[in-house]
Design a protein around this ligand. Structure first.
Ligand code: IPE
Ligand code: IPE
Ligand code: MG
Length: 236
C-alpha cells in the first residue's frame, strides 16, 4: 500500500520534554514550555500538508496541577497568550479548535479564552486541532459515568442500553474518531492517563527528541513509521 493510502486520520501527541529541554540550557522550565509552541505550529502545518484530519495535543493533564504554582501559572498565561496570538492564523488555515478535559477548574478568564477560540474557529474544515486541557482519561470516564447514571436516574437511558457506543458517545472525544497514531516525545514510553479508552488499537511511536526540538521532518518520519505498521484489530 502506498504511503498516501496509509495516512492516519487522527494523530495524538503527548508533548513531553519541555522541562528537560530548558534544564539542559540552564533556563527556567517555563522557557521550555514557551519553546514548545513552535513545534505545535509546525505539526499543524505538517498535518494539513499530509492530509491528517484530527490532531490532538496533550497540553495539560489533571495531574499537572500538582506542579509548583509558578509553573502552573506560567502555563496558564502561555495558553491565554497563544489563543490571542494564534487564532487569526488558525482561522486562515481552516483549523477548527476543540478542547477536551474538564473546564470548571480553570479560572473564568482562561475559560472565556477557551470558549472564544472554539467559537471563532468553528467553521474550520481542513483540520480539527484538539487541545487536551485539565484532561485525564480516568477523570473523563468518571464524568461520562456520572452523566450516564444521571440519565438512567432520569429515565432517558436504561442500564441495558449502555454499550461501547453509548460510553464512547459520553466521552469528551465523542465528536472524533479514535487516534490511529500516538506520538510521545522525550523517550518516555507511557500514556500518563491520556486517551486510554480511545487508544485501544492505536499505534505508538516514541521518538527520543524533546518536544521543543520536534520538527516537520520528525512528524513526517512518524507518518512513515505508521505507514509500515500492520494493524490487525484482533483479526487475521
Ligand atoms: C511537557 O513537558 C509539558 C507539560 C506537561 C505541560 P514537561 O514539563 O513534562 O517536561 P519534562 O518531562 O519535565 O522534561
Ligand atoms: C504528560 O506529561 C502530560 C502532558 C504532556 C501534558 P507528564 O510529564 O506530566 O507525565 P509524567 O508525569 O512524566 O508521566
Ligand atoms: Mg514530562
Amino acid at each position: 500500500m502506498s504511503l498516501e493510502e496509509r495516512i492516519p486520520q487522527h494523530v495524538a501527541i503527548i508533548m513531553d520534554g519541555n522541562g528537560r529541554w530548558a534544564q539542559l540550557r540552564g533556563k527556567e522550565r517555563a522557557e521550555g514550555h514557551m519553546a514548545g509552541v513552535e513545534p505545535i505550529r509546525t505539526c499543524i502545518k505538517a498535518a494539513i500538508k499530509h492530509g491528517v484530519r484530527y490532531l490532538t495535543f496533550y497540553a495539560f493533564s489533571t495531574e499537572n496541577w500538582g506542579r509548583p504554582t509558578a509553573e502552573v501559572e506560567a502555563l496558564m498565561e502561555l495558553l491565554c497568550r497563544c489563543i490571542i496570538q494564534e487564532t487569526p492564523e488558525l482561522k486562515a488555515q481552516g483549523v477548527r479548535v476543540r478542547i477536551i478535559g474538564e473546564r470548571t477548574r480553570f479560572s473564568e478568564r482562561v475559560r472565556s479564552f477557551l470558549d472564544q477560540i472554539e467559537q471563532e474557529t468553528a467553521e474550520g474544515e481542513r483540520l480539527t486541532m484538539v487541545l487536551a486541557l485539565n484532561y485525564s482519561s480516568r477523570d473523563e470516564l468518571r464524568r461520562a459515568t456520572q452523566r450516564m447514571a444521571a440519565e438512567v436516574a432520569a429515565g432517558t437511558l436504561t442500564a441495558a442500553a449502555i454499550d461501547e457506543q453509548c460510553i464512547a458517545a459520553h466521552l469528551d472525544t465523542a465528536f472524533m474518531p479514535d487516534p490511529d497514531l500516538i506520538i510521545r516525545t522525550s523517550g518516555e514510553q507511557r500514556l500518563s492517563n491520556f486517551l486510554m479508552w480511545q487508544a485501544a488499537y492505536a499505534e505508538f511511536y516514541f521518538p527520543e527528541v524533546l518536544w521543543p526540538d520536534f520538527t516537520a521532518e520528525d512528524f513526517a518520519h512518524a507518518l512513515e513509521v505508521y505507514a509500515q505498521r500492520n494493524r490487525r484489530f484482533g483479526k487475521l
